[in-house]
Design a protein around this ligand. Structure first.
Ligand SMILES: Nc1ncnc2c1ncn2[C@@H]1O[C@H](COP(=O)(O)OP(=O)(O)OP(=O)(O)O)[C@@H](O)[C@H]1O
Ligand SMILES: [Mg+2]
Length: 268
């Protein structure tokens, strides 16, 4: 996507990305739902800047508004106060520039892996052969070679999430939003897919905003971890993870960040 060397040697947006696309800017964001006639403030005074190519993790208690924030950025909800921009342009609805992956894969059960992924290209006037080439390329990107014709029920949870990630990436989004994408997986598969996500991100270099409940995952992948407070959801703190990618899980530096995050989240 953006023309930078794989495996940038340092975290944060490298200088080469300064003029690239995929900058998310949130200003004065307030979101209120109405529940049984009462106003329920969900997000308050959110200010956020995500640099092109940056990987930002968001953590915070259940119900603090993380998914709501992602839904607003992806354009699934239009009612809010404030401004959300992508590369300076106000976000007013969904767009192929922003892809999302949820905790459940949301693949259509009656379609094969290849058909599910190809569906994301339905609004493109590309020749069939080019679509097939793109689908094959993205199946390979997520290491699902040999499973193009498999149906979702024939896949493991991790494989289905890989297919969902391929579907989200096939339109080359500037921003990839991940809402607990690995949350339903067993611990081993999860660690494996964290590594895969890092590899894919380094290769694609789109901006990523990922919600997770897993502190180690947030730190292993994120250039920055945003900690949210609840009722209403606010940004409480941001931790810059100053470590190069790919990272070593056993790094004592990561351990130090983990202690800071735990302190922030549970106070001990
Ligand atoms: N459509 C809706 N109508 C009314 N209230 C809603 C709606 N969607 C979410 N909420 C409320 O907004 C708040 C934030 O929900 P949200 O799903 O964003 O939290 P979250 O941080 O993603 O939680 P979790 O970690 O459990 O996924 C919750 O109190 C929830 O009840
Ligand atoms: Mg959520």
């Amino acid at each position: 996507m953006n023309a930078i060397a794989p495996f940038a040697t340092h975290t944060g947006a490298p200088a080469a990305l300064a003029a690239a696309s995929g900058a998310v800017q949130v200003r004065g964001l307030n979101k209120t739902y109405r529940l049984q006639g009462k106003a329920l403030p969900v997000l308050a005074d959110i200010e956020l800047d995500v640099r092109p190519g940056e990987f930002v993790s968001i953590v915070g208690a259940s119900g603090c508004g993380k998914s709501t924030l992602l839904r607003l950025i992806v354009g699934l909800e239009a009612e809010y106060e404030g401004q959300i921009r992508l590369d300076g342009a106000l976000i007013t609805g969904t767009s192929l520039e922003r892809g999302i992956v949820f905790q459940d894969h949301r693949l259509f059960p009656w379609m094969s892996v290849a058909q599910n992924i190809a569906l994301a290209l339905k609004n493109h006037a590309l020749p069939q052969a080019e679509k097939a080439r793109l689908v094959a390329e993205h199946i390979a990107l997520v290491n699902l070679d040999g499973f193009a014709d498999a149906y979702p029920h024939q896949l493991s949870g991790g494989m289905a999430q890989r297919a969902a990630i391929a579907r989200a990436l096939i339109n080359k989004p500037k921003v990839l939003l991940l809402d607990e994408p690995l949350g339903a997986l067993d611990a081993l598969t999860r660690v494996h897919l964290q590594h895969e996500l890092q590899r894919i991100w380094v290769q694609q270099r789109c901006t990523v905003i990922m919600v997770t409940h897993d502190i180690e995952e947030a730190l292993y992948l994120g250039d920055r971890v945003i900690v949210m407070d609840a009722h209403p959801g606010r940004i409480k703190r941001q931790i810059h993870v100053d470590l190069p990618h790919p990272r070593d899980r056993a790094s004592p530096v990561l351990q130090g960040y983990k202690e800071q995050l735990l302190e922030e989240l549970v106070g001990h």
